[in-house]
Ligand binder design. Structure first.
Ligand code: NDP
Length: 336
């Protein structure tokens, strides 16, 4: 059983030295337990938060602890009445090849219904984040303009396509020409702007001639600076992620813009509302029903970036925070 643990806490950008690979024996399932063999491990931006001790909505990892993560796993031994060998489940096994489970928090997957890795992406937590945050907080109306960054990733890609299903205009922001072409041509966004372009703010303004009604905030940083002045009166801002700042510890440089932001929040009657997707668990049945249908019908498309081998998880994760992934980042752990 190979596993990757937190060796030290990153200061700023994580490095290879923050992770340690260990080999330990494969655990034996006791009565009522299952042995799971991980097939796919999801790499997600929130893991950066768990590596640090900064106050957050979830407990930080301890040093030496296996890094957490959503996984798709196969039941290889079962001493649990609800599961049989060969069942494929969504689990939370983390960065390791085997794990024990008592059956709590698992969800059986049907490999005939969709590729099982999608349970970590469009049909899983990131897809649900887009669905719940956009529909509950953003509430896009026909003809409105919805802006989202990290638009080729699992959350952003889904947000834009859902906005279009609701009749809104989707404007994506992505890093580099290849991702931008994908967002426009494959995902069908109405416009896309490259945040690395020197005239990014100007181009974003051109792409939003009627201003912005919903800004689904995934990144913060310079993207926030460019979008904020474009917000229309009564605009809604679901604050989902701030990846541009995940490696920053502060104090933050530059002038204090909070008074200007607050003045606009007041005078334009803006709604800024943060959320963690777990808040909306009661919407999960609706999500599974709607999103499975939309994916099946080709109305919501997705892209996966699959890395082979658990040992490559650390470098892939560091790359995720810098935009080196292209699509939902997943590690194929079981290469047999
Ligand atoms: P992605 O797969 O889209 O990966 C992150 C992307 O962020 C990178 O590929 C990169 O894309 C972009 N990015 C990184 N740094 C910057 C920057 N400085 N400026 C602009 N873009 C940047 O990730 P996810 O779809 O999984 O997650 C998107 C966001 O949603 C994250 O902030 C994440 O933390 C958040 N999230 C929040 C949840 C919640 O419950 N609130 C749940 C799940 C995710 P590019 O190259 O295009 O710039």
């Amino acid at each position: 059983n190979r596993r990757i643990v937190l060796a030290s806490r990153p200061e700023g950008r994580p490095t290879r030295e923050n992770f340690r690979i260990e080999d330990v024996s494969v655990p034996e399932p006791g009565e009522g337990e299952l042995l799971l063999k991980v097939q796919y491990l999801s790499l997600d931006p929130y893991m950066r938060g768990r590596m640090s001790t900064a106050k957050s909505y979830a407990r930080p990892l301890d040093l030496g602890e296996v890094i957490v993560g959503g996984t798709v796993a196969r039941v290889v031994r079962s001493r649990h009445p609800g599961y049989a060998e060969g069942d494929i489940v969504l689990s939370y096994s983390g960065w390791q090849t085997y794990s024990l489970s008592k059956g709590e928090g698992l969800r059986k997957l049907d490999p005939a219904a969709a590729p099982v890795s999608t349970a970590l992406g469009v049909l899983g937590m990131p897809g649900f984040t887009a669905y719940s945050g956009l529909f509950t907080i953003g509430r896009p109306q026909p003809g409105e303009t919805v802006v989202v960054a990290a638009a080729s990733g699992p959350v952003g890609a889904t947000v834009g396509q859902l906005a279009r299903i609701k009749g809104a205009r989707a404007v994506g922001i992505a890093g580099g020409p290849e991702k931008c072409a994908y967002v426009r041509d494959e995902l069908g966004f109405d416009a896309v702007v490259d945040h690395r372009a020197p005239d990014f703010a100007e181009r974003l303004k051109e792409a939003c001639p009627k201003g912005v009604d919903v800004y689904f905030e995934n990144v913060g940083g310079a993207v926030w600076d460019a979008v904020f002045p474009l917000l229309n009166p009564f605009a809604r801002v679901p604050v989902c992620g701030l990846i541009a700042w995940y490696n920053s510890t502060g104090p933050f440089e530059g002038p204090n813009r909070l008074p200007l932001v607050m003045r606009d929040v007041l005078s334009k009657s803006l709604t800024l509302r943060g959320f963690i997707q777990t808040e909306f668990v009661s919407q999960l049945p609706d999500f599974y029903r709607d999103m499975s249908a939309w994916v099946r019908e080709g109305r919501v498309r997705y892209r996966e970036d699959i890395v082979n081998g658990l040992d490559h998880a650390p470098e892939a994760f560091v790359g995720l925070l810098e935009g080196r992934n292209f699509g939902k980042l997943v590690v194929k752990v079981d290469e047999t």
